[in-house]
Design a protein around this ligand. Sequence first.
Ligand code: HEM
Length: 207
Amino acid sequence: MRMPTEVTARMEAGITQPSYMQHLLESKVSTELSDMECAYIVGMIGLAGVPTMSSAVLTYLLTLSPQWQTRLQAEVDMACDDRTPELSDSFQVPILRAIIMELLRWRPITLSSIPHESTEDSIYDGHLFQKARISTQINGQSHVTRPCNPGRLLNPLYPSYKGPLGVYLSTRNFTTFGYGRQVRMGMDLVENELFVAIWGEGDGLGC
Ligand code: HEM
């Protein structure tokens, strides 16, 4: 609860920076949200966004083999030359995209998604979901025992290859984000954040 109180104080003193919390507080009259609800909304983003992304980046940092690091470095060097990479460059770096996809498959962050509880009896696709039943989704794309090999997405000899790479090398619709109406919003955000984090790290290595 400290955040809404502090931001309100800063808004009253006229020294606030534009922020999500400020936006929520300013919209309180029309949204009828309480300070507590504003705190939960902003807190949820941190709670859901920080451990997930840091887990993916840590998997990359701790496990990517030297061979793939070298290939990634060469690709990054070729694509960005002396300038800072931009998101629009992302389709020129299929190795980076394949590495992101393979890391999410190999070490899925939400292997069993987030459990949901039915608030009332409901029938979906012929199945009864009783009130208070807790259900979750199993991440079928993840075969954690299969070794990490981004090549399976880049080489047409693998059955998992799907071209053209510019179109299909994307984490959108990955089951790690859930299915159907329970799919997580903002898959693009995750892809872009990982793109910037990993490319940024490769950039730091000497691009
Ligand atoms: C690799 C990274 C991530 C993965 C694999 C992931 C996965 C998921 C999954 C499976 C759900 C549950 C969908 C459902 O069953 O309703 C979810 C919900 C959510 N995620 Fe993510 N997420 C990631 C990153 C992020 C980031 C970076 C943010 C925010 C900046 C974020 C914010 C949220 C929020 C707000 C929810 C909704 C929680 C709710 O419905 O109460 N996630 N995510």
